[in-house]
Design a protein around this ligand. Sequence first.
Ligand code: CA
Length: 414
Amino acid sequence: MKSFIDYSSDSDFSIYNIPFGVGYIKDEYPTCVTRIGDTIIDLAALFDAGYFKEFNLEENVFEALVLNPFIELGKEVTVPIREKIQELLTEGSPLANDKDTQEEAFFSLEEVDMMMPVHVPNYTDFYSSIEHATNVGKMFRDPENALLPNWKHLPVGYHGRASSIVVSKTPIFRPKGQTKPNDVDKPVFGPTKRLDFELEMAFITNRYTELGETIDTDTAEDTIFGMVLFNDWSARDMQKWEYVPLGPFLAKNFGSSVSPWVVTLEAMEDFRVAGPKQDPEVLPYLQYKGDKNFDIKLQVSLTPKDGEENVICNSNFKYMYWNMAQQLAHHTVNGCNIEVGDMYASGTISGKDKNSYGSMLEISWSGQKPIKLSNGEERTFVEDNDTITMRGWCEKDGKRVGFGEVETLILPAH
Ligand code: CA
């Protein structure tokens, strides 16, 4: 398959990808878009030019501020539409010779500001990397029994805050709050001294279920539209003081950052791999068939003010102990209803060795082992005016399908 639009061989946005996003075009209007290489394509303009006629859609679902109306059409429509877009962008297609529509619909990266791709009604954060859960358990509890007794029996998670999920390039202010340093009796108030990122990915659901309805592991992926990169910002000192007994609250709800391009599960089909063996055997409702993990290379870098980028983590989504089908089956097994646009984040994705740890908490081992940056500075946690960039991509047999990046500048507390 070859597109009539040129792009470099290391582009995340090859003809095999066809992701979905929402772009603000030339500071004038928002529209749903896709991307090939460094060309952004206005899907509403393709719709208006009649290229999606065969789908008999009542309205132009791409003329929207978010992808939710498109996603809600379900896979019986969104999958063939994505294939149609792929076909239209291939050499020799009718669009390849339609200069008038290209004029209306094709834009350079500089002409488009990417927006939050979906309205997120609900956000859940899991804790599904065994390496991350083990590292945190060793640091905060018992080095000998790092995992709590429930961990291998269910995908542990909590409900997060949807309102503060923001798109890449939205700066985040250093949060203020209560902490209790070990050497004082009373809590103190001020900006967090232990601001951290968490390298995660999130999946987005495409339908509404009724209260009482459950989703099984066999069909769970039919309900998943696609995925984004997800940075679950965390204030470790606030977290340590506030989390007992109900879990994270202000240490997490001040912001989470996502990449603007939603990559569909269909685009990742060729990158499926087996997950880790689950021992002990899980309960029947969590058992699954087939390969449900994905080989997605993940990278985190830290760029200090006026400095260069330092890669500080190389991990992979394939390490996840619990897969997305199990997470969704568990989430709904009690009858909890889900909604279109919900985000379900994986939990920090760490690997076994030190350069694959997905948070500063693990990289600096709770602040005990500072890392050295190329400009000579040291870091144990994230400082003001640092930029954290996360990237993710699949690559195999000359095919590359990537997520682009989620980049966030940290501003001083205000
Ligand atoms: Ca998290």
